[in-house]
Design a protein around this ligand. Structure first.
Ligand code: KIV
Length: 273
């Protein structure tokens, strides 16, 4: 089978012009990243959702630069075709533009990222301008931005009033003008997501923002049924891996307890297949 072309920042932007939908998921390790890449994902995000689905925290706020660099470098080793984007963790880009440039640079230099994602609207424009000016592409993120969860007070739908909708549109324009190559819209009313998608030239990638976005992203642990603490309404489960893993491991426990694994015929010398 012919190898599909590597996805780059310009080719991702071009997909909007061609009206080709963008398929994106998150990954945190090399093994999962290789599976997603082989499945044909266009964009793989090393999300700071790792704080919740991998590290077991309640929010994304405890995520650190060192942990995100570790996850990004691991995912880099699994990805060949998809565009690899690293999420900048809380407080790594909000304090000063200089800190944002230095921290973003580490994702490119030390971990092999091809772009970074930062949350926020107009207030982030100067930082985005600087990052893109020095050659670091930025994916924006509007709507329910999880690093501001304490301000929102919960995972609430965004853009429900005309005033909120106007603010989101203004923010989307500010991000576009500052130079983002795409914008994630999280938990935004589908009509507002449609208006933004039609208003900006860069692709929108929705998560809980309806079908009108130029692409979709989900947290892989949610769509594979691995993360079971809670299930956002917008998530479609494509597999129930939590159940499959529990069943498989219970089978293993049972075999070991009954002395059925390993069996006499089975290789146990440590030789690789
Ligand atoms: O951290 C993450 O996984 C994200 C996606 C939900 C967009 O930001």
């Amino acid at each position: 089978m012919a190898e599909r072309k590597k996805v780059t920042v310009p080719s991702l932007v071009e997909m909007k012009r061609r009206r080709e939908k963008i398929a994106a998921l998150t990954a945190y390790d090399a093994t999962m990243a290789a599976l997603l890449d082989e499945a044909g994902l266009d964009l793989i995000l090393v999300g700071d959702s790792a704080a919740m689905v991998v590290a077991g925290y309640e929010t994304t706020l405890p995520m650190t630069m060192e942990a995100m660099l570790y996850h990004t470098a691991a995912v880099r080793r699994g990805v060949r075709r998809a565009l690899l984007v690293a999420d900048m963790p809380f407080l790594s880009y909000q304090v000063t533009v200089e800190e944002a440039v230095r921290n973003a640079g580490r994702f490119f230099q030390e971990a092999g990222a091809e772009a970074v994602k930062i949350e926020g609207g107009e207030e982030m424009a100067e930082t985005i301008r600087r990052l893109t000016a020095v050659g670091m592409p930025v994916l924006g993120h509007l709507g329910l931005t999880p690093q501001s969860i304490r301000k929102f007070g919960g995972y609430v739908l965004q853009g429900t009033t005309e005033q909120e909708a106007e603010r989101l549109l203004d923010d989307a324009h500010a991000l576009e003008q500052a130079g983002v190559f795409a914008i994630v819209l999280e938990k935004v009313c589908l009509e507002v997501a449609k208006r933004i998608t039609e208003a900006v030239s860069v692709p929108t990638i929705g998560i809980g923002a309806g079908p009108h976005c130029d692409g979709q992203i989900l947290v892989t642990y949610d769509m594979l049924g691995l993360f079971e603490k809670f299930r956002p309404k917008f998530v479609r489960r494509y597999a129930e891996l939590g159940r499959i893993i529990r069943q498989a491991c219970a089978g293993y426990v049972d075999d070991v307890k009954r002395g059925q694994f390993p069996s006499m015929g089975e290789s146990y010398t440590g030789d690789q297949e």
